[in-house]
Write a protein that binds this ligand. Structure first.
Ligand code: NAD
Length: 509
């Protein structure tokens, strides 16, 4: 347990909050000058404290990871695969404990946290197949006596910087594949819910991963900047909000690193008049309010194509009114939002939308949670008559707010989705195969759902958006993940019988 690690460290702070350590060189470390409290959003009370990594701590961690990477890259594929299978089994055995750790600091409902663990675990399962997925290709005799083979080599030390909303799953999108490819990983988790990362580090060690191959640095933006500027960090996988993603992409690329920076989202769900409206309403409510709307794949806009908007809205409203808000361990439908500031930001968006003419169909600004009065509660809110010039539509609100926008035709709905600056996920609900196929091909988003509201790709495909939802070329995990964490090389070889003489002409076959 992380708490056990804290005890080993003897690292209780003066105010008796447990210290969540860094994990460097295979051991917990409580170093760094500045401290930050970790708050349970269901109570508003601090539950732990961390020490923020500064440039010196980052430098120590990179030195440790560099040494480990130099050895790990020569490990056999069989060794890596066996270690990953062991890691998979440990994660599976500890899945309930991991879910509890997630809920304690993130606040999401416990069964939602269990789902997060499962989705992360599936990427580990994909990584177990690394002997196959890393296989190159070869051609014999491309010229007389000349053979060519391609191979992929690890990059060295890679940084993974993750957001608060999936403290387990997002790191698992990258770390297992990076490690399987022979790299050392430095994870900088969100400072808002960092405990689960340390527990994962303990499990990696238990699975047999050599010390230093997986490092956790606790910290904020300063630690990120130190990683982006460090000459011995070869690549950066970032997930977070769009302004930070853009900054990370620009700075790390300018420093010559390979970068993939996944940003924010505004995911639309288009409902055509021929759709099964009950199924569409179920899907919209589940996808909008799960995890209190704090998912990068949450549906935040329903585009209702007339004449079904009123009918659909009534079904959405009925389902939304039945949702329970409360502490994640008490079986609610949705928990709190992550901070007091975020709660206020969500409410401000709803206030401004109402003032600008949106109709508040269900109002989450006033809520009776099954939980502590100090928690950061917002109830599920449905807004009708939303226009595309309102900031509740243009901004990523990242809370339990569902906007309903009306369109007269499928063409109008599709054009509206494509004008949005984000392009993470998009879904269409219809019984019409022709319309669905056109949506699949023409919608400008990286992940498309047909009668599926949250089309997160399975682990052997890859996850990523378009436009302001992703900066970089390659998506997360799957084949793109293997490409991102390796560099290609092509070897052309000839083993001729020694023949004297020099020939300056191109080979002629
Ligand atoms: P965030 O951008 O505030 O933070 C993400 C990470 O960046 C954290 O580790 C944080 O410490 C660090 N960071 C924050 N400010 C920084 C700065 N100025 N310079 C360098 N690093 C900085 O995001 P968040 O609030 O933790 O997470 C929510 C956001 O993440 C939402 O926008 C959501 O859509 C997005 N997200 C996207 C995906 C995706 O796949 N596209 C997945 C999950 C979350």
């Amino acid at each position: 347990m992380v708490r056990a690690t804290c005890d080993r460290l003897g690292a209780m702070t003066p105010d008796t909050l447990p210290l969540i350590p860094h994990w460097i060189g295979g051991a917990p470390m409580g170093i760094g000058e500045d401290r930050l409290e970790v708050v349970d959003p269901a109570t508003g009370q601090p539950v732990a404290v961390l020490r923020l990594a500064d440039a010196q701590v980052v430098d120590n961690a990179v030195a440790s990871a560099s040494g480990a990477a130099a050895l790990w890259r020569d490990s056999s594929l069989a060794q890596r695969s066996q270690m990953l299978f062991a890691f998979r089994e440990l994660l599976s055995a500890h899945r309930d404990e991991l879910a509890v750790l997630i809920t304690a600091e993130h606040g999401k409902a416990l069964d939602d946290a269990a789902g997060e663990v499962q989705r992360g675990l599936e990427v580990v399962e994909y990584a177990c197949g690394i002997p196959t997925t890393l296989a190159g290709s070869s051609s014999d005799g491309v010229s007389r006596g000349v053979d060519v083979r391609s191979l992929r080599r690890p990059l060295g030390v890679v940084a993974v910087i993750s957001p608060f909303n999936f403290p387990f799953m997002v790191p698992m999108w990258f770390a297992p594949i990076a490690v399987a490819c022979g790299n050392a990983v430095i994870l900088k988790p969100s400072e808002k819910d960092p405990s689960v990362s340390v527990r994962v580090a303990e499990l990696w060690q238990q699975a047999g991963l050599p010390d230093g191959v997986f490092t956790v640095l606790q910290g904020d933006g300063d630690a990120v900047i130190a990683l982006l500027d460090h000459p011995d960090v070869a690549a950066v996988s970032f997930v977070g909000s769009t302004p930070v993603a853009k900054h990370v992409y620009t700075r790390a690329s300018a420093n010559g690193k390979r970068v993939q920076a996944l940003g924010g989202a505004k995911n639309h769900m288009v409902v055509l008049p021929d759709a099964d409206l009950d199924a569409a309403a179920d899907a919209a409510v589940s996808a909008a309010f799960g995890s209190a709307g704090q998912r990068c794949m949450a549906i935040s806009v329903v585009v209702a194509v007339e004449p079904v908007a009123d009918d659909l809205l009534a079904r959405i409203a009925e389902r939304t009114r039945a949702l329970k808000v409360g502490t994640g361990t008490r079986g609610p439908d949705l928990g709190p939002v992550i901070t007091a500031g975020q709660r206020q930001r969500v409410i401000d968006h709803v206030d401004r939308a109402e003032q600008a003419g949106a109709k508040v169909v269900t109002d989450g600004r006033v809520v009776e949670p099954d939980g502590d009065a100090g928690g950061y509660w917002v109830g599920p809110t449905v807004l009708d008559q939303v226009r595309t010039d309102m900031d509740v539509y243009t901004d990523e609100v990242f809370g339990p707010v569902l906007c309903v926008v009306r369109a007269s035709t499928f063409d109008e709905a599709l054009a509206l989705v494509n004008r949005n600056r984000y392009g993470n996920g998009a879904a269409v609900f219809t019984r019409n195969g022709t319309a669905a196929r056109r949506f699949e091909l023409e919608v400008e988003a990286g992940m498309v759902g047909v009668n599926v509201p949250i089309p997160v790709p399975a682990a052997h495909f890859s996850f990523g958006g378009w436009k302001d939802s992703l900066f970089g070329d390659l998506h997360a995990y799957g084949a793109d993940g293997v490409r991102f964490f390796t560099r290609g090389k092509v070897v052309t070889s000839r083993w001729p019988e020694p023949t004297p003489g020099v020939d300056l002409a191109f080979p002629r076959g």
